[in-house]
Design a protein. Structure first.
Lengths: 327, 327
């Protein structure tokens, strides 16, 4: 039987209530094992789930690095230690993103050869597995060598997680030609072309959804801007449409009639069904759920963590970065 | 009476037919003066509009710099010369974007003090003037000083074009705090804070539409990625919705009933009503229309060019870069 997943019961806008509810649903509906990590006096009813008690909480606005160093008995740090010590298969948090990364990095450590961990975020593709964008914001400044590693990590991840034989990798740029882009992009293009990865070439902003590739590589600044732009565009269009559908009697009736047709697509695009972002390159699994996660989002983040564990993602990433030890 | 606008009759996927049709409509429907620049044997019927004849065409895939240097009698180069020589108030092209920029830069020249021209692209804001994003792709590599100038140029542009007293300026980054982002962004943040511009602070990808500011400043790589991401997201969602509305009899009927409510919003977001991108920082006006421009898009690009001329955008930009000569 797999190890339980360590869930930060204190992290997220709707913690602890909806976080614990999401855990309960993951146990009941998906058959997962979940350990809550939190401060008993602040947690309320754990709904019958096992609890690892701690005494501190890292707040959403705490400075990531120093809070992880100071709050050694915080739920986030204890989650990462449970993974490190072999008591949990993965950690999941909807709390302070920077502190989650710091706790995972400092407690689990990097896989051998990994320069910097990166954040992988799924972008939905209707009808097939999502594309994986790296880096979605962990590293604002990158070198070509870092981007190559992100591509190797994400390729190993996507291959294991979505059973893709040889994931195709696209490099985010401002034109298809290898001559387009910044020096970082041009040098990375050359490294990827020689990497042995299934390199597709450059992709552009308009290719993000649906994407022609399984993995999209970029620096953490551009990746963060692109993902938030996508998020903002979806939010804007859906709210515009909902307003239009609420204009008068006739539009409301027509809108009602259309809901069964539109809802499946809204679901596909909704962050709560994606399960959050993943930290790649560490000696353990860490899923970073959206701060606004409700119980459904938490349940899906736990599902993603369990699937990553079952797929052996960490071992595959270790091999991808150290191919000399692969056979 | 204002000077005519020089229109590249040979540029764009639907040139020359729809380009000339757009010019005719701009004359008939908007009362503008337009001079077509093109190769008479390739142009077909000029629909009664004045023509400046040339002998060459720069193709969509020609290398920008060298094609402008070699094809001195091309429609693009001749358009730029008409502006330079005081025979036209502005140039408009839906052709090769890089060559349009190169022709405008080489023939019109930069305003005094301008290091590099930049591309300004409007992002619609429902119910109020669009926001102006600079740089939308002219300069993949930027310095903080360049970004400051882009902000000054775009602020002068937005002030004149949309009659905004003191346009607010946002810096695109990955967090609201001034400590977030790349060194380029952090240094630019300091320059903008001291610039005398109406600096709002950082904005994120999710703030692009609708935007809390009148001007959004970023480097040409990030700007290009963000705008194409926005474009791709809109295209994807609209095609997803149209597919959903076409599922069966019931959805088609409901979809028909909703069209009058949805169409105004589609129009607001459609590139053909925005009039294209503008080159800022030169001694003349240049509007770069989308390659796929139809006659409506061309008519709107001509309208934008005329409005920029009427607003005295070039003079305002000159003052913004050389404030010592402003009073």
């Amino acid at each position: 039987m797999p190890l339980p997943i360590a869930l930060d019961a204190m992290g997220g806008d709707f913690a602890p209530e909806l976080v614990i509810k999401g855990a309960r649903r993951a146990v009941d509906e998906l058959g997962l094992e979940v350990t809550l990590v939190g401060v008993p006096e602040l947690m309320g009813d754990p709904l019958g789930l096992p609890v690892v008690a701690c005494t501190e909480v890292i707040a959403m606005d705490d400075e990531p690095g120093s809070s992880v160093r100071k709050k050694k008995d915080s739920s986030l740090v204890r989650c990462a230690e449970l993974v490190r010590d072999g008591h949990a298969s993965a950690m999941v948090s909807a709390g302070n993103t920077g502190a989650t990364m710091a706790a995972a990095l400092l407690r689990m450590g990097r896989l051998p050869g990994v320069v910097r961990p990166c954040i992988a975020t799924p972008i939905p593709n209707p009808g097939r597995a999502p594309s994986t964008m790296v880096d979605a914001g962990a590293n604002a400044e990158c070198t070509p060598e870092m981007l190559l590693q992100f591509a190797q990590l994400a390729s190993a991840f996507a291959g294991a997680r979505f059973s893709i034989e040889s994931p195709s990798v696209g490099l985010l740029s401002i034109g298809e030609e290898s001559s387009k882009g910044t020096p970082l992009v041009k040098e990375t293009h050359e490294l990827l072309a020689q990497s042995g990865l299934n390199f597709f070439g450059n992709v552009e902003g308009r290719d993000l959804i649906p994407a022609p590739v399984d993995v999209i590589v970029t620096d953490g600044f551009t990746g963060n801007v692109a993902l938030k732009t996508l998020e903002g565009a979806f939010k804007f269009i859906f709210s515009t449409i909902l307003t239009a559908l609420d204009t008068d009697e006739a539009s409301r009736a027509a809108g009602q009639a259309l809901m069964p047709y539109l809802l499946p697509h809204v679901t596909t695009l909704s962050p709560e069904y994606q399960g959050g972002a993943m930290l790649l390159g560490l000696k353990g699994l860490c899923v970073i759920s959206h701060g606004s996660s409700n119980d459904t989002a938490i349940m899906n983040a736990l599902r993603v963590a369990a699937e990553m564990d079952a797929a052996g993602v960490v071992a595959k990433m270790a091999l991808a970065i150290r191919p000399d030890q692969g056979s």
